[in-house]
Design a protein around this ligand. Structure first.
Ligand code: MF3
Ligand code: CO
Ligand code: CO
Length: 273
């Protein structure tokens, strides 16, 4: 393989956990910022009566207008730029023509590709006024994500992240979805390591400076079990109770981690805006 082939070769998922340097951090900062700005851009549109298809159109246009690509468009046959997961939908809800109703809560998940780097993030939104149970579930899920992020530092292990998330959520009498996990990312969308949102301290892969991955806990009001609908994507809680999720893309630094997908305007909890 000559130099040109080597630099153009697509990154393959070979199981090894990649350790990135400053160029990778710069790439992820740009991708993460645009993903966060896309979620900021959608916030005022989330109102009763709007369809998730309209949100998807707005996201696609926003991302393309910024010279980037929606990573989910065409990914494994997925045809949309967002996942929109309403009420009891855990994740991978498909945008469509059903209008949001007052009090609906939903997760909007976007992944953008900027100069080859993937920025993947999701937040909870509400159409109109969510009820107190829904608000509390969303608050706890956000705090669970941030506690997981606080455990993401060199020398810790992936199990320390999962344990921080699970012990907090279960102490609030919620349950953690075990069927989906966070994932390495960078020049690939889904790479190693898997980041489980449950676990025991000291278990799993050791975290090292330069690792990039997402943390994206799904927290249920009821039981943890989920099923996939016949569309092959939509994951719902089996007991049809409410569920919530937040997601950030992060990079491990020498002292802790850098969050690539922070909202530049502080809209980290759009439902509370
Ligand atoms: N963004 C999702 C994640 O957090 C993946 C969505 S894949 C799709 O990993 F095809 F469902 F869009
Ligand atoms: Co993700
Ligand atoms: Co995502």
């Amino acid at each position: 393989m000559n130099y040109i082939d080597a630099t153009d070769a697509p990154a393959l998922r070979d199981g090894a956990i990649k350790l990135h340097g400053s160029a990778g951090f710069e790439g992820m900062r740009n991708a993460g910022r645009l993903a966060a700005e896309c979620l900021d851009h959608l916030a005022p549109m989330v109102q009763p009566g709007v369809t998730t298809g309209a949100l998807d159109d707005a996201a696609r246009i926003f991302v393309l207008d910024h010279g980037a690509l929606p990573a989910t468009l065409g990914y494994r046959g997925y045809k949309h730029s967002l996942c929109t997961s309403i009420n009891h939908v855990v994740c991978h809800g498909i945008p469509g023509d059903k209008p949001l109703k007052d009090g609906d809560i939903l997760n909007i998940d976007v992944t953008v590709i900027v100069d080859g780097w993937h920025g993947d993030t999701s937040r909870m939104y509400a159409a109109g006024q969510p009820n107190r149970r829904a608000e509390r579930l969303m608050d706890v899920t956000y705090d669970a994500l941030m506690l997981g992020i606080a455990a993401a530092k060199p020398g810790n292990r992936t199990g320390d992240i999962g344990h921080a998330i699970q012990s907090f959520a279960e102490n609030e009498r919620y349950s953690i979805v075990e069927d989906f996990c966070g994932h390495g990312l960078g020049q690939l969308f889904h790479d190693s390591p898997n980041i489980l949102h449950y676990g025991r301290p000291g278990e799993g892969e050791e975290l090292r400076t330069g690792m990039f991955f997402t943390i994206e806990p799904m927290v249920n009001l009821g039981r943890p079990s989920v099923k996939i609908l016949s569309d092959g994507w939509t994951a719902v809680t089996r007991d049809r109770k409410l569920t919530a999720q937040f997601e950030h893309s992060i990079g491990i630094t020498e002292t802790g981690c850098e969050i690539f997908t922070t909202s530049p305007v502080g809209l980290h909890k759009p439902y509370a805006a």
